[in-house]
Design a protein around this ligand. Structure first.
Ligand SMILES: Nc1ncnc2c1ncn2[C@@H]1O[C@H](COP(=O)(O)OP(=O)(O)OP(=O)(O)O)[C@@H](O)[C@H]1O
Length: 405
């Protein structure tokens, strides 16, 4: 009972007052929380808007990045990696530039590394090492499998190549004793497929020299900005492989007459040619390296490359005459099962205007005719049919090239 009495005795007013206070405090607290909630919502909305903005920016940059990687890239070498950025030197024009890179990219770069840069000279990607590029543009053969006996109808040319390329490699002391300098470079010119490459290979084989071939057109078209450097590399590789025969095919691609237009492509070709001339000019101590160049377009050549001390020995390699064609037929049928009725002299007389490469094609084609007829022996009619086929094919190619000329 006493409990009830105690309850009744409680001051009712005081209790109610404290309840009221509590409610008020709670209400105030609620108000504060509501304001805070409001503020948080606003902030969240702002953050979302900001997030959207960044998302769009990211998409734009990703797109630009992709575009930058697709447009033509130039090659440069890293000079220095500094706190402010990376100093690069562009190949070709030697222009130096300071460019910013991401931290990850910076870790991949070191002085002398080759990189691909875009128009605004930002580094797009590091490039694989030099030897890969060299391997792709240069054909290096320790001992080519072509000998003088494989070449037909070019007696005079062979004699000249032997004097100018083989003698200085095999008997350099002869030139010292006589007191003359051997010719610097030899230029072979003439129509396609006449044996220019074969001559260069045969002389390398004869002298046990390494044969290093580079195509002029690849130098300037495949590796934009690198032509001059690749020419330097070409001579470095030759020095590493002495004795060596450097063979520059399609030299007209880097040594064509200067044209009026001043496009960057022309400038690149000019720089490549200048590098070649300076390598040849400064090549006093050439040692056991000989240089042979070849062209089908003698008329296009810049005369600067024909000055003394450069390609100063010109050798014309024409299409073979009848006698030459007969010898070339004999050479290319050496390993073939040819019937007794085959008259090479007659075939040579018929195959007027054929190049060595055409005759090689006729021989292979004649073999195909025999196979198609289920024979192992090749007859005169096979050669005749083959010559007609090769002629028809070359007429077709001519028509196509005229259409696209
Ligand atoms: N005089 C020749 N004697 C024997 N075979 C020849 C002769 N000329 C060309 N050939 C044959 O044709 C092929 C191509 O010849 P080669 O590559 O030497 O010609 P090229 O003059 O260098 O041609 P291009 O100017 O097109 O480079 C040779 O592999 C060989 O089979």
């Amino acid at each position: 009972m006493s409990d009830t009495v105690d309850d009744v005795d409680l001051p009712y007013d005081e209790d109610e007052a404290s309840q009221q206070e509590k409610i008020q405090a709670l209400e105030e607290r609620l108000e504060i929380l509501e304001t805070q909630n409001e503020e948080m919502r606003d902030k969240l909305l702002d953050a979302n808007a900001e997030n959207n903005k960044y998302q769009q920016k990211l998409e734009r940059l990703t797109h630009e990045n992709k575009k930058l990687k697709q447009s033509p890239l130039f090659v440069a070498t890293v000079q220095e990696v500094t706190d402010e950025g990376v100093i690069i030197k562009q190949h070709g024009n030697n222009q130096e530039a300071l460019t910013e890179v991401t931290d990850e990219m910076r870790d991949d770069l070191e002085p002398d590394a080759r990189v691909a840069v875009n128009n605004s000279l930002s580094i797009v990607k590091p490039l694989s090492n030099e030897t890969d590029v060299r391997a792709r543009v240069m054909e290096v053969t320790e001992s080519p499998e072509v000998s003088y006996e494989d070449i037909g109808g070019l007696e005079e040319q062979m004699q000249e190549v032997r004097e100018t390329v083989e003698m200085p490699l095999e008997k350099p002391e002869m030139f010292d004793d006589v007191g003359i300098d051997p010719p610097s470079g030899v230029l072979l010119y003439g129509p396609p497929g006449t044996g220019k490459t074969m001559l260069a290979k045969a002389v390398a084989n004869q002298t046990d020299a390494t044969f290093i071939k580079m195509a002029g057109s690849e130098l300037v078209h495949k590796f934009i900005g690198e032509g001059a450097k690749l020419v330097r590399d070409l001579f470095d590789v030759a020095r590493e492989h002495e004795p060596a025969v450097i063979f520059i095919d399609e030299i007209d691609a880097i040594a064509a007459k200067r044209t009026e237009s001043k496009t960057s492509g022309d400038a690149e070709v000019q720089r490549t040619m200048m590098q070649l001339l300076s390598e040849m000019d400064g090549f006093e101590e050439r040692g056991e390296i000989r240089i042979i160049a070849a062209t089908n377009r003698f008329d296009m050549l810049d005369r600067a490359i024909l000055r003394p001390g450069r390609f100063d020995r010109l050798i014309e390699v024409p299409k073979p005459n009848t006698e030459g064609r007969e010898i070339i037929f004999e050479i290319h049928t050496r390993g073939m099962n040819v019937s007794d009725d085959v008259e090479f002299a007659e075939l040579a007389a018929d195959a007027e205007d054929a190049s060595g490469a055409d005759i090689k094609a006729v021989c292979t084609e004649a073999g195909m005719f025999a196979i198609r007829d289920d024979r192992t022996e090749i007859r005169m009619e096979d050669f005749r049919n083959a010559w007609e086929k090769v002629q028809a094919e070359s007429d077709e190619t001519e028509d196509v090239s005229k259409t696209f000329a």
